[in-house]
Write a protein that binds this ligand. Sequence first.
Ligand SMILES: [Mn+2]
Length: 296
Amino acid sequence: MRLVTRGDLDGVTSAVLITTMENINSIELIHPQDITDKKFEITGNDIMANLPYHPKCAMWFDHHELTASNLKPPKGFKGRHAIAPSVARVIYEYYSSEKLRKFEHLVRETDRFDSANLTVEDITDPKEEILLGFTIDSRSGIGRFKEYFRDLVEWLKTMSIKEILSKPEVMERTNLLRENNAAFLKVLKENSSKDGNVVFTDFRSLDRVPVGNRFLIYTLFPDTNVSVRAQWGPEKKFVAVTLGHNIFNRTSRSNCGHICSDFGGGGHKGAGACPLKPEKADKQIKEIIGILKKAG
Ligand SMILES: [Mn+2]
């Protein structure tokens, strides 16, 4: 059978578990939007994990809330849906098999990573599974992403995390991650300011924003509880605005997804994004920051 999942740590761990329990001969990585937009063909030969439901699949596992934009599974579908920190957790509990017991720690760390239940040190100096999680990023610019994903699945089944982290393919990525984060930290410091409980980062003066850890901002501004970031979309056609709750100070009463949907975007409570028309961006960003300050 084929496993269809997402290219992140939760996808890797899910693949480790499912390939241990089922006869899987290929893995395909897709974006959840591909299912919503019906851009990817699913057949009765597919097991899906961490993606919206598709009626043709043989088995389905997910841990996201069911939304109006996706189909809902019928009662008695094969697989499991539960609100959990990771889909790996849902799969681990579905099988409850002795064969999976050795992956208990990996599943626990995947829970922490996927639900952003992280410490400051996990961001500034990540280690072991958390560090590995940050290397699974298709934006890193290093090619052969699918091969890397498949390699990790095989390695996690047979090697220790220490051995995996010393593989040249992994080291190349962890080194680049450190360089990128150092460059990102510099521009974050130069372009961010605090306004009450909100930290605003304005990257519109930069033509290219370095790739970096999206949680770094909260290590710089620990006494804010929500962040707003503005940067140019492709060809400067729109301003991409992203909102996020501070993962170290979860006191914001705002709903980022609701706020963003009022400005033409979307998301969930803890994070959201919206594309703004460049000529309206300044005014609308002020409005958004005002809403976040009022929510407290
Ligand atoms: Mn997930």
